[in-house]
Every structure is written in C-alpha cells, then in structure tokens.
Design a protein around this ligand. Structure first.
Ligand code: AMP
Length: 418
C-alpha cells in the first residue's frame, strides 16, 4: 500500500508533465484571446453545494462523490466538477454586482468515484469556463467556438461538436409527461436507479450508462421534440451564430448531459479513435443554477474539457508537442581547484536567466560528461587547471561535439541573449 497509489489516480512524472504544462499554456492563451479570467476555488466544498448544484438525481451525486465528515463533523466533498463552486464563489463574493457578463475559467483536479478504465479516472483534470449574467445565443456560440479553438490550437483533428437544446422549465412538463408515457410499459426492465428517476426526473433515464436502460429508452421522445417556441427560436439562433463563426456541428437529439441544472443549449465534443471514452469535453447553459444555489435569477453557460482525454487524443493522433526541455549549460568541474569558479559561473548564469546545473555527486570528469549527456544539456562548460590558469572556459557543443576555449566573459555571447 505504501508504494501504491490509490486506484484511478495518476502520477504525472517529469517527461510527461511538460506535455501538461504545454496544454495548460495553450489553454491560458486561448482564454486571454477570448477575454476569460482565471478563478481558483477550493478543492473541497460543503457537500450540500454539490447536492443542490449538480442535482440529487445525477450519477455524480448518487454514486460518485468523495464525501466525508471532517473533524468538526461537517460533511465535506472533494469537488466532482467545477461549476457549482464557481457559482458559490460568484454569490459569496457578490461578483454579480460588478460588470456583467463575467467570463471565468479554471484548471484543476476533480474527483469522482468512477469505474477506472482508459480515459476514466477517479482523480482527473478539467479545464472549464463559466459565463455568468448573460442569456444570449451569441455567447453560447462563443463558448463552443472557444472550446473548439483550444482543440484546434493543440493540433487535434476529427472532432465532432454535438449540440442539442434541453428546453426550459416551460417545456419540461410536456417532456416529462411524454417521457413517462413512453417509458411506463418498460419500467420493470430498468435498473433500480432509473426506476427511482422515473417519477423524480425521467429525463435522467436517457443518460443512464447501463446498456439495458439505453436499449429500453431507444426511440423515447427527446427534449428537441418538446421545445416551446421561444426555446426553439433560441436554439435556431445559436446554430446561426455557430454558422457565422464558421464552427461545424451536428445536432444530436439524444444528447442529455449528466447534470441536472442544464437548460437550453447542451453540447459535447467527441474525438474519434480514443476508445469508449470518446467525450473530450462538454457543457451547456444552466439558467436555473444560480437560483438553485440560493442566489438571484442569473443565467449562465459553461463547459469543461477533460485534460487526460485531450492528452490521450493528442498522443493517438500524433499531435506535436514542443521539444523536450533541456538545460542550457552543464558546468563540469575538471579539477578540485576549479570548484570556486564553477560555483561563481553557475550563479552568474542563473542570474542571467539561463538554465544551468553542475554535479553534486563527486563524479569523475568522464562521469560528469556522461551525466550532462543524460540531462540532455545543450552545452557543457569545462573548467580545469588550464582554464583556471588562462582565465578561460572550454565550451563543448553537445549536439555537434565541437569544443572551443573562450574567455569566460564570452560565454553569454555564445549562449545568445536572454
Ligand atoms: P462532465 O463534467 O461529466 O461533463 O465531463 C466533462 C469532461 O471531463 C468529459 O468530456 C471528459 O473529457 C472529462 N471527464 C469526466 N469524467 C472523467 C473521468 N472520470 N476521468 C477522466 N476524464 C473525465
């Protein structure tokens, strides 16, 4: 146990972590392009926030949360998603009193007690955005365009944007009625959970992961069949804005999304060739959420992209990552007397912003060169008796193998400006 990580978690090791840093960098660049500011909320919140904010009948709340009592006997939950916490923070900090809309983003770990498999983990990472304070088809199209831009800048191809409208509280009663009518004759065949959902929230049944439930609900009436005129017009306008922005999409009437608070636009992005867990991101409008969390009636829309799945898709599609990080210089101490000079030069180079390193293991000259090679250093700088005597350093280019002795001051010229 001591040397084994909990099931469904991952170590991101050096070598791999650079890929993550790259993805995060691209995400932050896109956020800047679109005018979104970062928000950081706690990793854990009061359990009630997710019960209310994600929805009592969702898979997340019913079976996937990491919930525990803290020492003060409060029920705490590790965040399974980002939206509820952003809304909580929006209300707590009265961000609604400032200029609207508020465009926010976050990047961080989420926790769900899911069945681990390729692309599905118990601790995973999401990049997400939330736009609060605006109900306009244009912003719905913008957030989708922005998600697609992230994938595009990361070099991902063959993605499909699926969109649907889930309607509003006005269209729901009709949908609920028609769904119950359709499902009633097959009710016995559904899983225990879906039987419970039949009365409380039959729409949830369409999102059940069980194969049997999926089969039984095939052909069921969809949200799109029951839209009120205003929701239908809003959805048409979202599609028009997507067309204007040049974003391709597929209307998918069966798209439900796993969270209770969605209204109007819902969307999901699928990547081909990454296995069963093909959803690389999804989101939607949640006009009822702020109120459900105890705030005023404020509309919102957001999405979350899974970083593990983005990485998986990038690797599978052979997308390019920046070249691996390497130190600019490795300083080789060729005789004990050179140590003082090596330390001084090391400090100088680091102060100038170069990535520089030395040996701390008492390695021989040959072993230091070998170590510099393992670190993939761009150059080595060797200081020994001769160099001390001449006030020089010997620089070896580790790519070409060429070596030259230069005045110590010349080193920055050789390395290029920083
Ligand atoms: P959701 O919050 O369920 O809408 O998920 C948004 C995105 O997060 C999905 O499209 C996945 O890319 C990712 N995701 C959700 N659950 C997991 C998980 N257990 N492991 C890895 N990625 C996940």
């Amino acid at each position: 146990m001591l040397t084994t990580k909990p099931r469904g978690t991952n170590d991101i090791l050096p070598g791999e972590v650079e890929k993550w840093q790259y993805i995060e960098k691209v995400i932050r660049e896109v956020c800047q392009t679109y005018g979104y500011r970062e928000i950081r909320t706690p990793i854990f919140e009061h359990t009630e926030l997710f019960q209310r904010g994600v929805g009592e009948t969702t898979d997340i709340v019913e079976k996937e949360m990491y919930t525990f009592k803290d020492r003060g006997d409060r029920s705490i939950t590790l965040r399974p998603e980002g939206t509820a916490a952003v809304v909580r923070s929006y209300l707590e900090n009265k961000l609604y009193a400032g200029t609207q809309p508020l465009k926010l983003y976050y990047i961080g770990p989420m926790f769900r007690y899911d069945r681990p498999q390729a692309g599905r983990y118990r601790q995973f990472h999401q990049f997400g955005v939330e736009v609060l304070g605006v109900h306009s088809p244009g912003i719905d199209a913008e957030v989708m365009a922005m998600a697609m831009e992230v994938y595009g800048r990361l070099g991902l191809k063959d993605l499909e944007l699926h969109i649907n409208s889930l309607g509003c509280p006005q269209c729901r009663p009709l949908l609920k009625e028609r769904l119950q009518e359709f499902l009633q004759p097959h009710l016995e065949g559904f899983c225990q959970q879906c039987k419970g959902r039949y009365h409380r929230n039959p729409l949830r049944i369409l999102d059940c992961k069980s194969e049997k439930c999926k089969q039984l609900s095939e052909g069921a009436p969809t949200t799109a069949d029951c839209l009120c005129p205003s929701c239908a017009a809003f959805f048409d306008e979202v599609k028009r804005c997507l067309d204007l922005l040049g974003i391709d999409y597929v209307v998918d009437k069966n798209l439900v999304r796993g969270l209770d608070y969605y209204t109007h636009t819902a969307f999901e992005i699928m990547a081909k060739g990454i296995g069963a867990q093909s959803s690389v991101g999804g989101g939607g409008r949640y006009n009822g959420l702020v109120e459900a969390c105890g705030g005023p009636e404020i509309p919102g829309i957001g999405y979350a992209l899974g970083l593990e799945r983005i990485l998986l898709a990038m690797e599978q599609q052979g997308a390019e990552f920046p070249p691996a990080w390497r130190p600019d210089v490795f300083l080789v101490t060729a005789c004990p007397e050179a140590e003082e000079e090596v330390y001084k030069l090391l400090a100088d180079l680091r102060e100038l912003g170069y990535s520089a390193d030395k040996d701390y293991m008492g390695r021989s000259l040959k072993a230091q060169m070998k170590y510099a090679g393992k670190l993939n250093a761009r150059r080595t700088v060797i200081i020994g008796e001769n160099e001390l005597k001449n006030g020089t350093i010997t620089v070896k280019d580790m790519i070409t193998g060429e070596q030259e002795e230069i005045k110590r001051e010349k080193i920055t010229v050789l390395l290029g400006g920083k």
